[in-house]
Write a protein that binds this ligand. Structure first.
Ligand code: MV4
Length: 457
């Protein structure tokens, strides 16, 4: 093996993504340090890391989100780099800055780029300047309700007001007529200030029945950016994705290559390095419009790995250590086959209430075309303090039909006893004609649940 890019990496996360990073490190010959809260003492990421440091109590603000605790653990164990995973500190520019100041490589974009992408209105302007299509809307932050009325009058209703510091569906308000705009504008500002400590809001044309499509990007520290196709992430409930796939059934080869080319130029211009995701909405005409950039590895990255053959986490580590994309990626990057991911959550499939507790029986499916990224095992305890994701079930095949067949049989053979999971919900969704024909928009899950509620049907 060539000499490893780093000697030792700390993983500032928990759950399946912490294990996913450990897998990449082991293949690269890199030692690992796990950090864990008191609730995660028995976790597999603790067991499979070379070293582990307890960084605080169960509550994440006092453990996984506590910057001084994470940095202390990194200094005590003398790591070269920190992988933040997703969530927690992954898009915290101040954390990335502290890492660098402490002489620890942060496995992600530069702090200034993380910060720029986190200011949604600024990311929107940057992408527009770089030639990426955006929705009609305000040119930056709205200064007053009067300005909001003028812009909305110009572009036409409905419009959506978004918090510049928001993202992922937080801090948004749909306005359907001018009479409702002034009050919503003020409330949106107040909510944004309360939630994010910043009252800035901007406005866009509201797409009523969008599809959510995101492009995977990867940049190195030498100014090169590559695009690794897209993912279809339309199937969500309350901004929580349920099922993702790659390629998107609604993106043509032509739209894919044109979008990839535009993104490559745009992200080079902003100096983007490491893994990232560029989110778009697709309107009913099939046009894509930029909405935001996520400056991290995402939960659903495995579907891209399945169809491109690229280990994205390994690539993140390699580019953070200074590798050139031309030395680590296939040329050209191609997409082959089809992959689908079901997020298996510890929750009641009818009420969506969290279902923490002990897993008393477990069978993980396997076999050809199946990948399971998980952190659970028989007799483990799912704590109530964190997100409810217990496993990602990924099925891939030569085409979408084969991937669906494999997903169905893997869901049937996936057994979790002792807690409730979303497995039954996935089986119902996969049986719909809308899923089979990929004829859906972001409102589909809500419509499906309303139509199939117990009592109805
Ligand atoms: C929108 C929109 C319609 N029009 N923007 C939600 C998540 C955040 N990233 C952006 N979101 C939306 N932005 C305009 N101009 C509808 C949504 C939206 C949504 C987007 C993707 C997936 C699911 C969604 C559910 C509700 C609303």
């Amino acid at each position: 093996m060539p000499s490893p890019p780093f000697k030792k990496i700390l993983i500032a996360n928990r759950g399946e993504i912490a294990l996913r990073v450990i897998c990449a490190c082991r293949e690269l010959g890199i030692k690992t340090v796990a950090v864990y809260s008191e609730a995660d003492r028995e976790s597999l990421h603790v067991r499979f890391a070379d070293q582990a440091v307890c960084i605080g109590p169960a509550k994440s603000t006092r453990s996984y989100l506590d910057i001084p605790s994470v940095i202390s653990a990194a200094e005590i164990t003398n790591v070269d780099a920190i992988h933040p995973g997703y969530g927690f500190l992954s898009e915290n520019a101040a954390f990335a800055e502290v890492c660098l100041e402490s002489g620890i490589r942060f496995i992600g974009p530069r702090p200034d780029v993380i910060h720029a992408m986190g200011v949604k209105e600024r990311a929107r302007r940057l992408m527009k300047e770089a030639g990426v299509p955006i929705l009609p809307g305000s040119d930056g932050v709205l200064k007053s309700a009067e300005e909001a009325l003028e812009v909305a009058g110009h572009i036409g209703y409905p419009v959506i007001i978004k918090a510049s510091a928001g993202g992922g569906g937080r801090g948004m308000r749909v306005v359907r007529e001018p009479a409702d705009l002034p009050a919503n504008f003020v409330q949106a500002q107040q909510e944004a200030d309360a939630a994010f400590g910043c009252p800035d809001v901007y406005l866009e044309k509201f797409i009523t029945r969008p599809r959510h499509i995101e492009f995977q990007v990867l940049g190195d520290t030498h100014g090169n950016v590559e695009v690794l196709g897209e993912r279809e992430c339309t199937l969500q409930r309350r901004h929580q994705k349920l099922i993702e796939e790659s390629p998107s059934p609604s993106v043509s080869a032509d739209l894919r290559s044109r979008t990839a080319e535009t993104l490559q130029t745009a992200l080079r211009a902003v100096g983007y390095s490491n893994a990232g995701t560029v989110e778009f909405l697709m309107d009913e005409d099939g046009s894509l419009y930029f909405i935001e950039v996520n400056a991290r590895i995402q939960v659903e990255h495995p579907v891209t790995e399945c169809v491109t053959g690229v280990d994205l986490v390994k690539a993140q580590i390699q580019v953070a250590a200074g590798a050139r994309l031309s030395d680590i990626l296939p040329n050209p990057i191609t997409m082959r086959g089809h992959a689908i991911e079901c997020r298996i959550n510890a929750e009641n499939p009818d009420t969506f209430a969290p279902s923490p507790g002990r897993i008393t029986g477990l069978n993980l499916p396997g076999g050809i075309g199946i990948r399971v990224d998980t952190w659970v095992y028989t007799d483990c305890v799912v704590p109530p303090y964190y997100d409810s994701l217990i496993a990602k079930l990924i099925a891939y095949g030569r085409n979408r039909g084969e991937a669906i067949d494999r997903m169905n049989r893997a869901l049937d053979m996936f057994v979790v006893e002792g807690i409730h999971t979303s497995i039954p919900l996935h089986r119902r969704i996969l049986a719909t004609k809308e899923f089979l024909t990929a004829d859906f928009d972001t409102n589909f899950i809500a419509r499906f649940l309303a139509a199939s509620r117990p009592g109805k049907n």
